[in-house]
Design a protein around this ligand. Structure first.
Ligand code: MG
Length: 168
């Protein structure tokens, strides 16, 4: 069968350990390009934006290209403290180069606190801008982990992202 299918679907997943910022190793908590007020932050080589990372991996996955860790290794000093919007922009430009456009994104952020609701619309707007789609094609859902396991105990943030690409 030839590859004439008009759609590609991709799934991305990311998790970052969260530690108290006062301990000195964690970065400020940034999700979907928004800095959240919190006393814990991610341990990460880049800025640790798990929503941007999962979305990047969803696109790369749909393209069947190397994943974010392969393209932007955390051993590369160029990515130290990197704004993760750059990773997402690179994935979108790879999609375009391969003849694909983003149709829609559905993402779930699992974070015990703080609540995402106050900034969810800003996250959607940031993602829509980077993905070059209208905001109504981007969905961000916030969930807690019901206080169980590492995520529920506030020791990690987890994100799932599903993306649909269509022929440009
Ligand atoms: Mg990550």
């Amino acid at each position: 069968m030839t590859s004439v299918a008009p759609f590609r679907i991709g799934h991305g997943y990311d998790l970052h350990r969260l530690e108290p910022i006062s301990a000195g190793r964690a970065r400020p908590l940034i999700v979907g390009g928004i800095r959240l007020p919190h006393d814990h932050g991610p341990i990460s080589h880049s800025d640790g934006d798990a929503l941007y990372h999962a979305t990047t991996d969803a696109i790369l996955g749909a393209l069947a290209q190397p994943d974010i860790g392969q393209l932007f290794p955390d051993t590369d000093p160029r990515h130290e403290s990197q704004d993760s919007a750059a990773f997402l922009a690179e994935a979108v430009s790879r999609a375009r180069a391969a003849g694909w456009l983003v149709i829609n994104l559905d993402a779930t952020v699992i974070l015990e606190r703080p609540k995402l609701a106050p900034v969810k619309e800003q996250m959607r707007a940031n993602l829509a801008r980077l993905l070059d789609v209208p905001t109504d094609r981007v969905n961000v859902k916030g969930k807690t982990h019901e206080r169980v396991d590492a995520v529920g105990e506030g020791r990690a943030i987890e994100v799932h992202a599903v993306i649909l690409l269509g022929r440009a």
